[in-house]
Design a protein around this ligand. Structure first.
Ligand code: 5GP
Ligand code: ZN
Length: 120
């Protein structure tokens, strides 16, 4: 990642850079996707823009193509790892359950996905 896009002490920037290990599911020039360390569903993958944005609202305000691409990648992951059906959750703000302030979509797929609560 370019220095300009990188934010010091951001966990997901470090994962994208390979400084923190992760279990990669998909990568291209716009996004990096990896298994959540505490999976809440049969399939629980995080889709993360390579550029640092604090949350999905900032992605939407800055780059529509990237936001659409995150949804397409989520669909592809659900197709590859489950039956193509998925929930895509963007916790936005601390009160809403966001704990890592680098935009990410939770892709949840597999059986009984609908009944999974996202807040701990
Ligand atoms: P949030 O709470 O911000 O919506 O989601 C952050 C997610 O990142 C959580 O589901 C949490 O389990 C996951 N997570 C936190 N630290 C790590 C890590 O070091 N590696 C991976 N793979 N996932 C992490
Ligand atoms: Zn970051």
């Amino acid at each position: 990642m370019s220095e300009a896009a990188r934010v010091e002490d951001c966990l997901f920037c470090k994962i994208i850079d390979g400084q923190v290990p992760s279990s990669k599911v998909f990568e291209d020039d716009m996004v990096y996707a990896f298994n959540d360390i505490e999976p809440k569903a049969e399939v629980h993958v995080l889709v993360v823009p390579k550029h640092h944005y604090a949350n999905v609202a900032q992605v939407a305000a800055s780059d529509h193509e990237l936001l659409a691409h995150m949804v397409e990648v989520a669909q592809q992951i659900a197709q590859d790892k489950a039956d193509g059906q998925f929930r895509l959750i963007f916790n936005t703000g601390e009160q809403a359950g966001q704990s890592v302030f680098h935009a990410h979509g939770h892709v949840l797929a597999g059986s009984k996905t609908a009944s999974i609560p996202m807040a701990d």
